[in-house]
Design a protein around this ligand. Structure first.
Ligand code: HEM
Ligand code: CA
Length: 595
């Protein structure tokens, strides 16, 4: 710990991919900049961490048939219905107390999740599997819809009997037929801003203006800059939302928070590009684009490791594993995202998502609280006058949801809701449970053991990490302790000391972030590589925090010292003036040009 031991014993699916499907790539060993799709970061195995390569797996997949069918319980019964687990254990267990951290902290997590993992559903069969249940035979991708239990308190009243679930796209869609079923990460695994820049060359080029290093953007009332809009056909225009942004990751419009962050970073890229261009007027578009991208990525990495992760998994814990030391690149380390992280441990942070997002004006009045689920895939509010600034202020000033095992009631019932022709909503927790089964996630007890926590031999042994009353509920749901789904156990674990997650999730999350640091040849503070920053540049980058990015991209003028803490208006003392947070790029002044 924190780096779990995979290499050289990769799991079955990974070894099969390496043997049968991995591309042969030749690399320029002197390249100064990371590639767009992540290839050639690792020069020995150039596809490590590249987009459209499989997740790492800590343990082999658990499927009933060893290939694709959902795992069964030890006695051969099916696993409990995912919505039934939600009902019995989580739905009515909600605490209203505020969190010590704010909504910016929650949203940073989603922003990084979208940088490091993307496993889309296989929509080749359509986007609603509930509608296809009467077709014979039901397509395999649609055989795992979640049946609403008979006594469901929410859905039955609204006449909904099925929760849509489409199984994830497998490597077969990328022309690679593997057993057991293998899934591909459709973003670069590295923390490299792929949600801003795209994960393949074609998409990245589409997002560039090819002028002065800038990304394409649109301007609205008051010269406010936003991500470009998708071009709709005139027919689509009648039914689709007013605003639909385009960015490096297509989940940009999923909710107002992620749309906000994507726009913050689009603006930030263009501001940094502007300064680099002014300072080095002889640089061409290509130079400015790549150097700006490199700076933006460095800042995202710095904030993640220095400000975000210590809150999430604990500063002392990170310190004891050398997270804060200067990064030494290790080419034997694979930076790949594990499936145990992306469909398990990191998803439990869905518990922090609040139901309400606040637009707070410059007088600190909450002028427009909105329900998160009313504005999904519809970020229309964002470009309205003052809303960008007000939403940022709202995220900054509002505490996020207190740590607790449950997800908020709206995302537990009304996710992506539709009201016509009749009500249908999804439940993020049921979907997370089902997705873990879809991807062959090992059960909770196995995950404990790989994290060095004793495997439980009976339910009552779980008392080391899970509350007594929750153990009783688990006994009523599962036949044996070995059957518990990882995400269910992980959500119920009490947070480890100084951390927002329990011991098992902390172990999986820490492993992932540790490898994404030391196995990334372009990590911002690594020295001695062709693209390394100078010491002066690294020093500049370390003076930046997310506040500097917000100051540069919005009209907010005062921010608290700790940007992930809700600002308390009564104690103005902790506020910092944006003037002191400006990013000074003089270390990038290029003296090589002589007239
Ligand atoms: C802000 C509100 C958020 C919403 C509405 C949201 C919603 C979703 C949805 C609908 C999925 C796909 C579920 C599936 O079909 O399997 C998903 C996946 C995921 N979410 Fe969130 N999420 C949010 C925030 C977060 C946060 C705060 C984190 C972590 C800190 C996070 C981590 C993840 C991860 C790791 C995945 C898997 C992504 C993949 O591999 O494709 N999400 N989320
Ligand atoms: Ca990435």
């Amino acid at each position: 710990m924190p780096q779990l031991k995979f290499a050289p014993n990769y799991t079955l699916a990974y070894n099969n991919y390496a043997k049968l499907c991995a591309p042969t790539i030749s690399c320029d060993v002197n390249a100064k900049y990371r590639s767009i799709n992540g290839s050639c970061n690792n020069l020995k195995t150039p596809w490590f961490g590249a987009s459209i390569t499989p997740h790492l797996r800590i343990l082999d997949a658990y499927y009933d048939d060893g290939e694709y069918q959902f795992r069964k319980q030890t006695n051969g019964n099916s696993l409990p219905n995912a919505r039934y687990i939600q009902q019995q254990v989580f739905l009515y267990k909600q605490f209203p107390c505020p969190n010590a951290h704010n909504v910016l902290f929650m949203e940073w997590g989603q922003f990084i999740a979208h940088d490091t993992t993307r496993l889309p559903p296989d929509v080749s069969v359509g986007s609603n599997c509930c509608d296809l249940q009467k077709i014979k035979p039901v397509p395999p991708q649609c055989q795992a819809v979640i049946e609403v239990p008979k006594n469901d308190p929410i859905y039955l009243e609204r006449g909904q009997t099925c929760i849509n679930f489409i199984r994830a796209r497998t490597s077969i869609s990328n022309g690679c037929q593997l057993k057991p079923t293998t899934f591909m990460v459709e973003a670069t695994h590295f923390i490299d801003g792929s949600q801003i820049y795209g994960s393949n060359e074609e998409h990245a080029a589409d997002l560039r203006s090819f002028k002065d290093g800038r990304l394409k953007s649109d301007f609205y009332v008051g010269q406010q800059e936003f991500c470009p809009q998708r071009n709709w056909t005139s027919k689509q225009c009648d039914t689709l939302p007013l605003i639909y942004f385009v960015a490096g990751d297509n989940r940009v419009n999923q909710n107002l928070g992620i749309a906000l962050f994507q726009n913050v970073f689009l603006r930030f890229h263009n501001i940094v590009a502007f300064h680099l261009h002014r300072m080095n007027s002889f640089w061409c578009d290509e130079d400015i684009y790549h150097e700006t991208r490199k700076i933006v990525i460095a800042i995202i990495q710095y904030i993640t490791y220095t400000h975000y992760l210590p809150i999430l998994i604990g500063e002392r814990f990170m310190d004891s594993y050398g997270f804060f030391e200067q990064t030494e690149y290790d080419e034997t380390v694979n930076s790949g995202t594990t499936i145990e992280h992306s469909t398990g441990a990191f998803r439990i942070l869905h518990k922090e998502i609040p139901s309400v997002l606040n637009f707070i004006d410059k007088n600190h009045l909450n002028c427009r609280p909105v329900l998160l689920t009313d504005w999904m895939n519809k970020p229309d509010l964002l470009p309205l006058p003052n809303n960008f600034n007000n939403l940022l202020r709202g995220f900054q000033e509002t505490p996020t949801r207190e740590e607790q095992p449950s997800y908020n009631t709206l995302i537990s019932n009304c996710l992506f809701q539709q009201t016509t022709p009749k009500f249908s909503g999804s439940d993020l927790l049921s979907v997370d449970i089902q997705r873990s089964r879809d991807t062959g996630m090992p059960p909770y007890n196995k995950m404990r053991s790989i994290c060095g926590i004793p495997e439980a031999t009976e339910f009552d042994d779980l008392i080391d990490l899970i509350a007594y009353e929750d153990i009783q509920k688990l006994k009523n749901l599962y036949c044996f302790v070995d059957d518990i789904d990882f995400i269910v156990g992980a959500l119920l674990e009490m947070p480890a000391e100084g951390s927002k997650v329990g011991l098992t999730s902390r172990c999986i999350i820490a492993d992932n972030f540790y490898r994404q640091k030391i196995g990334d040849r372009f990590f911002y503070d690594i020295l001695g590589q062709p693209g390394s920053f100078s010491l002066e540049q690294i020093h500049t980058l370390k003076n930046v925090n997310f506040g500097s990015v917000i100051c540069a991209t919005s009209n907010l003028r005062y921010l608290p010292e700790n940007i992930f803490m809700p600002f308390d208006r009564r104690t103005n003392s902790r506020q910092i003036d944006c003037h002191t947070l400006t990013l000074n790029l003089k270390a990038w002044k290029d003296a090589s040009y002589i007239d």
